[in-house]
Design a protein around this ligand. Structure first.
Ligand SMILES: Nc1ncnc2c1ncn2[C@@H]1O[C@H](COP(=O)(O)OP(=O)(O)OP(=O)(O)O)[C@@H](O)[C@H]1O
Length: 286
């Protein structure tokens, strides 16, 4: 069995009377990209803050890279990298200087800077001041900084927030490459397509509870409705109809159209992760 790098057991957190996370259980294997999806206020950030040792759980427990997030908080922080919203970068300094500064701060040899710049493919722009960088490049500098101390698990909160599609795709490639090299990655995203393309497994969180946890493919197979778009010839014009294949009455209608020779084309539609989320969580993500 492969090694579990994140394990949560009945992990819970309350803020006063508010139960933000209500006893969640999940695990992530080494090298996996695990996506956390949910509405605003569902409990994603609270979960990540517990897993990264920033706040203590009020119930249950969790281990990351083998360290208990409460009892071994110091060791935990040496083995994880965290990329959160606040960039905390120096605009007037180059990418290289920003990273060197972080090396001094965290007592990491400066020789590591070239390695992380290579990991995020920024070596050729490393001497330029950060203020000339796009949001995507800045995001890569933040990832590079989080990798300086060779963490085994990387946490990314909404990595594609505010990025245009091309830049977001480049960033996904960076994340996928890190995973291929053995990095375990837990990320949150609002973008269903991103989760579908990038994540080996996704968990849906709603009202502080995990309501699904599986590969995007399995989720689509289990929960996604199979539909067909049928093109018919009716009274001399072309009409498109949607048929839900798990509804016997709709199947019968399709058979009838076929028997009548009305069907010109049938196109099978794949369920999307968004469809699955709507079915399980009730509403669409923003
Ligand atoms: N420090 C806090 N004090 C009080 N309530 C909090 C605190 N932090 C989070 N909450 C509440 O806990 C719930 C879960 O919040 P959390 O930030 O984990 O959600 P989220 O899924 O990360 O949402 P978003 O996508 O908006 O970041 C929300 O109802 C939030 O208001």
């Amino acid at each position: 069995m492969s090694e579990l790098m994140i394990e949560a057991f009945e992990l819970s957190r309350t803020f006063g009377a508010k139960e933000a996370v209500k006893g969640i259980n999940f695990s992530v294997r080494r090298g996996e990209i695990f996506g956390f999806l949910g509405h605003n206020g569902a409990g994603k950030t609270t979960t990540i803050r517990m897993l990264t040792g920033q706040i203590d759980p009020t119930g249950g427990r969790a281990q990351v890279a083998g360290y208990d997030v409460v009892r071994q908080n110091r060791e935990l922080k040496q083995h994880i990298g965290v990329v959160f919203e606040d960039p905390n970068l120096y605009e007037r300094l180059s990418a290289r200087r920003n990273l060197e500064f972080a090396c001094w701060l965290y007592d990491v040899p400066v020789s590591r800077v070239d390695e992380v710049l290579e990991l995020v493919k920024l070596r050729d722009r490393a001497k330029e001041p950060l203020r000339t960088f796009s949001n995507g490049m800045r995001q890569r500098v933040m990832i590079a900084r989080a990798l300086l101390h060779r963490p085994e698990v990387l946490f990314l909160d909404e990595p594609s927030r505010g990025l245009d599609p091309i830049t977001a795709r480049d960033l996904r490639r960076t994340i996928a490459r890190l995973s291929q090299e053995g990095m375990t990655i837990l990320l949150t995203t609002h973008m269903m397509e991103e989760a579908d393309q990038l994540c080996h497994r996704v968990a849906f969180i709603a009202n502080g509870q995990l309501v699904a946890n599986d590969t995007p493919r399995n989720l689509k197979l289990q929960h996604g409705e199979r539909t067909m778009t049928v093109t018919l010839s009716e009274a001399g014009s072309l009409v498109e109809k949607l048929i839900h294949m798990d509804q016997p009455a709709e199947q019968a209608v399709l058979m009838q159209w076929m028997a009548e020779g009305k069907v010109l084309a049938v196109h099978s539609n794949e369920a999307t992760l968004e469809d699955v989320f709507v079915k399980i969580a009730g509403t669409r993500l923003a």
